[in-house]
Design a protein around this ligand. Structure first.
Ligand code: CUA
Length: 155
């Protein structure tokens, strides 16, 4: 069987490009830690409130201007309510839902995660700019979806 010279050439170029792309993805995943999350933490939606992490959801100082908070996203509220944090603080959010899928978006930041029942979602953010940040549920979760909003006051 005869393959035309140009056809061969394009096959070779195509293969090289494919391996370059696969190489880039491999480097990002295995060396730059940009791969999708694995070993995800699970939680029984029925017992979110009884679990050690979510028993008393409140802001805890864990280091030099570093905080952690467990937040329960449920129909139709985020527990605990509005938060106040000092400017420059890094906050580690741990989220779970006892009912349906909710969203957790903080306006003017890159924070935007889904809170899926059965899973624990984690996200961190450093609040350098003082101001009011809105926390929104951006996954439609029922008739009270639009009431799921809190504020983070950074000052
Ligand atoms: Cu919770 Cu929409």
């Amino acid at each position: 069987m005869h393959i035309h010279r140009y056809e061969k050439l394009w096959l070779i170029i195509g293969s090289i490009i494919l391996f370059i792309f696969l190489g880039i993805v491999a480097v990002q995943t295995f060396f730059l830690d940009m791969g999708p999350p694995s070993h995800a933490e699970m939680i029984d939606p029925q017992s979110v409130r009884e679990s050690e992490i979510f028993a008393d959801p409140e802001l805890k100082e864990i280091g030099d201007n570093e905080y952690e908070i467990a937040i329960i996203a449920e129909m139709f509220t985020f527990q605990p309510g509005d938060l106040e944090i000092p400017a420059g603080a890094t906050v580690h959010f741990t989220l779970a839902s006892p009912d349906v899928t909710h969203g957790f978006k903080i306006t003017d930041t890159n924070v935007n995660v889904m809170v899926v029942p059965g899973h624990i979602s984690k996200v961190s953010h450093t609040f350098d700019e003082p101001g009011e940040y809105l926390i929104l549920c951006n996954e439609y979760c029922g008739l009270g979806h639009e009431f799921m909003a809190n504020t983070i006051t950074v000052k």
